[in-house]
Design a binder for this molecule. Structure first.
Ligand code: E4P
Length: 219
């Protein structure tokens, strides 16, 4: 499963890039607003750091305007993916951009039917929002399962990008189901490595080694 970071924080992205595991970035208008910076500056900065796809969202609701904003965003850098909402207007703009080989991430997906339409409109990614579904009392993971089944039934190439991830179990379950990508808040990415038995085991190994009095040279 590919790992994207859901962030506009360039310093944080730069730090986590050192792991070699950041396959792409997603942004949205709320994250862009949080950054307090110019959107073009943020997107160009991220694209200079990350080779993989960087999603940038349009902020209009009519298809022709979405298409034009999408073209503008795509012109900012070669790895920009245009993020469009899962509406009929978004579907029309998606088809138009896809016909021009501009990659689209259809966002705010809350049903398998919406995901089916996005795939038919030529989306490169579909973003089901797991955490926001959980917030309603339903199980967001069931949607990932449904979309996986629908896409596999018809060999759709649209990648399932599990979004609105709130905890490390979301990540594990998305991977078990076979989501193609999960986009994680940086804090959740950092938490993935944590396990108390790793810490305890390491402490014991180091203690036992110290007792030998030996040293492995560090050049
Ligand atoms: C990513 O593409 C989405 O915009 C993001 O994951 C939404 O997450 P949230 O529901 O925590 O705002």
């Amino acid at each position: 499963m590919k790992i994207f970071l859901d962030s506009t924080d360039i310093d944080y992205i730069m730090r986590l890039r050192a792991t070699g595991m950041v396959d792409g970035i997603t942004t949205n208008p709320s994250l862009m607003a949080q950054s307090g910076k110019d959107f073009g500056e943020v997107l160009r900065g991220i694209c200079a750091l990350i080779e993989g796809p960087v999603s940038a969202e349009v902020v209009v609701t009519e298809s022709e305007e979405m298409y034009k904003q999408g073209r503008h965003l795509a012109d900012l850098a070669g790895n920009i993916v245009v993020k469009l909402p899962c509406t009929w207007e978004g579907m029309i703009a998606c088809r138009k951009l896809a016909n021009e080989n501009i990659k689209v991430n259809v966002t705010l997906c809350f049903s398998a039917n919406q995901a089916l339409l996005a795939a038919k409109a030529g989306a490169t990614f579909i973003s089901p929002f797991i955490g926001r579904i959980d917030d309603t009392g339903a199980d967001g993971m069931e949607l990932i399962e449904e979309i996986r089944a629908v896409y596999d039934n018809y060999d759709f190439e649209t990648e399932i990008l599990a979004a609105s991830i709130r905890n490390i179990d979301h990540v594990k379950n998305a991977a078990l189901i076979g989501a193609d990508v999960a986009t994680l808040p940086p804090k959740i990415f950092e938490e993935l490595i944590e396990h108390p038995l790793t810490d305890k085991g390491l402490e014991k190994f180091l203690q036992d080694w110290k007792a030998t009095g030996q040293k492995i040279p560090v050049p």
